[in-house]
Design a protein around this ligand. Structure first.
Ligand code: NDP
Ligand code: 5RP
Length: 466
């Protein structure tokens, strides 16, 4: 074990913490790691250190004071623990033991408003606090995640070297870690990343469900594989191909997995943020609700006995139509996700750089895709996906394909939550007059909420005695 003071500390040796620790150690930094030694967890640090005995630059601790004393100042500590109250508990014990100017990075999926609150608390005690979204799962953390740090730019300067060294690299060799903006912006961006992730996953689940009516798992995987060679390629598509082909003995594992989707909350946080900011993020909420609906397995089982569930699909699926529709829905998903970040940037004065966000999402993270590279370039001159010519053309072309897919699904009694949310959003966003005039009339009728008129200036509000 090295006697040098450590360059960095990692608090929490769970899935993410242990992988990111090895990543940091591989880059040659002196590292201290800590995990609590509560009942059942006594061996975590010991096991980690003995499994990595060939890395003398890692020192393990279960004593918080020794962990803190082992680091060079200003100390830089990444906490990689379960999001929620545990983070407050850890900060309450950690902060009083630190010295002015030390830096805590919360790398978990914390809610951005909690990050803002914790930032203020840490600052009030002379401690720097960075809320860094980290994406890439276990493999990304080990080999190079995408990192989204938010906080004071001055404090980021102290940790940028290490964070940028461990992050993934984009197609141009640049690091997939960039300073995002003040207070909770890094965690906000990670939350939206996860919202987009929920939709990308749900779209693939809907395609798989629909295609399963006429195709085997291997046939679906073969179609996805051909798509993954071109502009639709993405990490989630890639892992879906592997999942569909995975066998346990002679059975496909996917066929044995219970159809109840779990969640840890970031998708619903994204949807709530969209509601609060007034952004129609219809696909994210559809994806969250689709997971919730799936969790009512018992109800579904019982109800399925009451209705005719014969949902055979008469017609062949047209793969090229499916492909166009998938492209269409993914574009709408990204449009909605980036719109949400734009609104947050404006409302909170974060001055976010969307080209940079797309760039750091082009590798290392769960939603990395070919599309992210396109968006990285497009956002250098455009502010909205609808303004991007190639995107617009694909959306116009994809509309009729999506309509066809939706009609096929309706006829086969199969729900496409996210595809239909994408379709209706696009149709409404490209329709000059919507029936919202009736909503306004109703509001005025029962609540004197007033309405505007098409034959008068928008600044004028009217009330009628209906
Ligand atoms: N897994 C993933 O793919 C990703 C996860 N994240 C986020 O990263 C964070 C860590 O996730 P992950 O590594 O998967 O989680 P794990 O469940 O594998 O590990 C959780 C860690 O938190 C520690 N912990 C929990 N409660 C407390 C507490 N009260 N006090 C001190 N330590 C505590 C655990 O310690 P102990 O061993 O003692 O229980 C453990 O080290 C989460 O916020 C997660 O949302 C972000 C991106 C991807
Ligand atoms: O942050 C992540 C990936 O980016 C985590 O894997 C996250 O837990 C996934 O969310 P959920 O568990 O709700 O599906």
């Amino acid at each position: 074990m090295s006697s040098k003071k450590s360059d960095f500390g990692v608090f929490g040796l769970g899935v993410m913490g242990s992988s990111i620790s090895l990543n940091i150690a591989d880059k040659g930094y002196e590292l201290s790691v800590y995990n609590r030694a509560d009942s059942g967890e006594e061996e975590v640090v010991k096991n980690f250190i003995s499994a990595n005995a060939d890395r003398p630059n890692i020192k393990g601790f279960t004593d918080l004071k020794l962990f803190i004393d082992s680091m060079a100042r200003p100390r830089k500590i990444l906490i990689m623990i379960k999001a929620g109250p545990a983070v407050d508990l850890v900060l309450n014990s950690l902060i009083p033991m630190l010295s002015e100017g030390d830096i805590i990075i919360d790398g978990g999926n914390s809610h951005y408003l909690n990050t803002k609150r914790r930032f203020d608390l840490a600052q009030s005690q002379g401690i720097e606090f960075i809320g860094a979204g980290i994406s890439g799962g276990e493999e990304g953390a080990r080999k190079g995640p995408s990192i989204m740090p938010g906080g004071r730019k001055e404090s980021y300067a102290y940790v940028s070297e290490i964070l940028e060294a461990i992050a993934a690299k984009d197609d141009f060799g640049k690091t997939c870690c960039t300073y995002i903006g003040p207070d909770g912006s890094g965690h906000f961006i990670k939350m939206v990343h996860n919202g987009i992730e929920y939709v990308e996953m749900q779209l693939l689940a809907e395609l798989y469900g629909l295609m399963s009516k006429r195709m085997t798992n291997d046939e679906i995987a073969a179609v996805f594989e051909s798509w993954n060679k071109g502009k639709l390629s993405s990490y989630l598509l890639e892992i879906t191909i592997l999942i569909l082909r995975k066998k346990e003995g002679s059975s496909y594992l996917i066929d044995m997995i219970l159809d109840k989707a779990g969640n840890k909350g970031t998708g619903s946080w994204s949807s709530k943020a969209a509601f609060d900011l007034g952004i129609p993020n219809t696909m994210m909420s559809a994806a969250v609700f689709a997971r919730y609906i799936s969790s009512f397995k018992e109800v579904r089982e019982n109800m399925s006995k009451l209705v005719r569930t014969d949902s055979n699909m008469e017609q062949e699926l047209n793969i090229s139509i499916l492909e166009k529709s998938y492209e269409f829905a993914r574009l709408v998903n990204h449009q909605q996700g980036f719109k949400l970040m734009q609104q947050a940037s404006e409302s909170y004065g974060w001055n976010l750089d969307f080209s940079e966000i797309a760039r750091i999402w082009s590798n290392g993270c769960i939603i990395k895709s070919h599309l992210m590279n396109i968006l990285y370039k497009e956002f250098q001159t455009k502010e909205d996906l609808f303004e991007m010519e190639t995107v617009n053309k694909a959306l116009v072309k994809g509309e009729s394909a999506t309509r066809e897919i939706l009609m096929t699904a309706l006829r086969s009694r199969f729900s496409l939550h996210c595809f239909s949310a994408a379709y209706h959003y696009w149709v409404d966003m490209t329709t000059e007059r919507l029936p919202a005039n009736l909503i306004q009339a109703q509001r005025d009728f029962f609540g004197a909420h007033t309405y505007q008129r098409i034959d008068a200036p928008e600044s004028d509000f009217y009330h009628t005695k209906w």
